[in-house]
Design a protein around this ligand. Structure first.
Ligand code: FMN
Length: 225
């Protein structure tokens, strides 16, 4: 079954921000001998997509995974995730972003206490925007600070690279910023844009929810002027 990308259903009026199932030494890790040229999503993660993925295939294959197995994310995979982060575009190339990685037992226990949306993942990664970073782009016409948008782009790179590696993740915005700041003082002063539980999808509980295919029709939000 190919994941449809334009189902007719749209977000209903009950769109209330609720998320399903929420109740419940990194630098230099790149393995020089790692495989890079082959398709990197195992066929059992593709839900029937063709083995060679275009970018659009990748976009369709990505979904929010909310249950993970215990299988760890390898150092090589983490290095690739962070390389995708590093090469994301930012306004004026200011790179006003911070990334925090949680994968030790201690760090995982602390970050899991800050959100119900950790989904038991063996790796969590948090992205923060630094609006006061040197060189950050502030648009002269209206004063808009680009840091938040920059961090969002960087996080999107992470999310899509995860899928390309055959991993799964979910963009989580439901966390307690005060608790995170208290548990991890390094995060104070940053605008925390997203937390990403990351790992291998549980084959049963980690499948896409119906929301994954609920997309507006193009005509509802695209206008040619
Ligand atoms: C900014 C943002 C914040 C989100 N926060 C959460 C969250 O806290 N918990 C959660 O389970 N899903 C969260 N999601 C996932 C969305 O609910 C999900 O992307 C959407 O329902 C579409 O489903 P799909 O990702 O499976 O295609 C978030 C997504 C985005 C983009």
């Amino acid at each position: 079954m190919r994941v449809p990308h334009s189902a007719s259903a749209r977000h209903g009026p009950s769109r209330d921000g609720a998320f399903p199932n929420c109740g419940s030494g990194i630098i230099g890790l790149m393995d020089k001998g790692s495989r890079t040229s082959q398709r990197r999503v195992p066929s059992d993660k593709l839900y029937g997509l063709e083995p060679t993925m275009s970018f659009l295939d990748l976009v369709h294959a990505r979904y929010s995974c909310r249950a993970f197995t215990d299988e760890p994310v390898t150092d090589d995979e983490l290095a690739k995730l962070l390389e995708a982060v590093r090469f994301a575009p930012t306004a004026k190339n200011a790179q006003p972003v911070r990334v925090w990685v949680f994968r030790s037992d201690e760090a995982l226990a602390k970050i899991r206490a800050c959100t119900s949306c950790h989904f038991g993942a063996p790796l969590l990664v948090l992205f923060g925007a630094d609006a006061g970073a040197e060189g950050v782009f502030v648009r002269p016409s209206d004063g808009q600070n680009a840091a938040l948008g920059d961090a969002t782009i960087v996080a999107a790179h992470y999310m899509l690279e995860a899928k390309d590696l055959g991993l799964d993740t979910t963009w989580v915005g439901f966390f307690d910023t005060g608790k995170i700041n208290e548990a991890f003082p390094q995060t104070v002063g940053y605008d925390l844009v997203g937390l990403f539980p990351t790992g291998h999808a549980d084959p049963e509980k980690g499948r896409p929810t119906p929301r994954h295919t609920q997309r507006k029709e193009l005509a509802e939000f695209v206008q040619e002027l």
